[in-house]
Design a protein around this ligand. Sequence first.
Ligand SMILES: [Zn+2]
Length: 450
Amino acid sequence: MENGELAGLPRRLRRNRLTRRDVLWLFGAGVAAGSLAGCATSPVTGERILVGMSEEEERQVDRQVAPHQFSQDMGPVQDEAVNRYVAGLGDRMDDLTQRPNMPYSYRVLNANYINAYTFPGGAMGVTRGIMTELDSEAELAALLGHEMGHVNARHAAQRQGQQMLAQAAVAGLTIAAVATDSSWGGLAAVGGEIGASALLASYSRDNEREADALGQDYMVKAGYPASGMTQLHGLLVREAKETPSLLETMFSTHPMSGERVANAQRLAETRHAASLKANPKRERYMDSTASLRRLKPAIDACKSGEAAMARKQLPQAQGDFARALAVAPRDYPSNLLMARCLVAQGRQKDALRYADAARSIYPQEAQAHKLTGVLQLAERNPGAAVQSFEQFDRLLPGDPGIAFLKGVSYEGAGNQRAAAESYARFLRSGGQGKPAEYSMSRLKAWGYAR
Ligand SMILES: [Zn+2]
């Protein structure tokens, strides 16, 4: 995308509809700018010493960064009972850790891929994609225990120290890749920029080993059989084998699954042998997640659709999302994904219908407001787009990418002054890349900058 081409964007906005490329660019620009600049304003990045984070900084990362990642994973599921169930188990277990006073919090996320992660202060997310694969409460305890292991061993703080060393070489670049856990699912890559996040980085193998061992300690203390950890890893290995299309991604980020099964089994049979008689609470898991598991056909269809989108097989992806919607017409992720799939095919009007549906289904979740805003821009309705972006800002403050999108909307509406203010705000908050070039080109053209 060349600057010359970009310069015509708002004119096209006023005269005719934006092209598919414009819409994709706007949407992508917002996402990327948001991820980067959200971090750039974090106090964690500014005055960093090279040896990690203080506890207060760990807590701050959770407060400032975690909400953005959770929203990229389409927010917590709108199933209070399921969220309460997972949080209840987490609350019981985190009292048994070495850092019981960290601000742990738990939610099941709307993402369909198989993953779980934690931020350094203990803000954790478990995807609905993995929840519907687990077989017992003991496996869920193993999953949460492993994440608690990262928090307690302060792996993120260690990684942060290493990140800073690497960054010191790259002057002026403040991408704080906060180390969180993407070790469960190499499947994060499915869905392109939507599933995978600039906010997530992976831990080292040693970190993973240590988190597994700690997690197993915690789950045993909480009264579960240590074999739950073995089964959890076995499940992930099986999943990779049953989904050959995902094999490559899975093994590139998750190469030690076989080794982790063996380690967990060895510890279960030695250190934790006494725990093996404990009840894995299979029935309780099944009862507590029944409502979520009823959605499994829709979740699987979404998973398949996201994989198809990553392969650029858009009609096939659309078919998958249609299947998901046939099972669960009021499913927020299915509507949002269908909208994104239609955007990718240049069908902006149809996409807007689904984005609009998504936002009425789950008005508290920010992503649908952003996508709706971009599509309203495409449909020559910049005034409505401003409203959508403002709503996004209220729900999820601290994403400067939104300032850029507001700038484009104001410019489209012919409000040059408000547009200039938004572009300037975007640049001040550390906006980078093409959106920054574009913002600067407008400020120059209007005489606000030289
Ligand atoms: Zn991990």
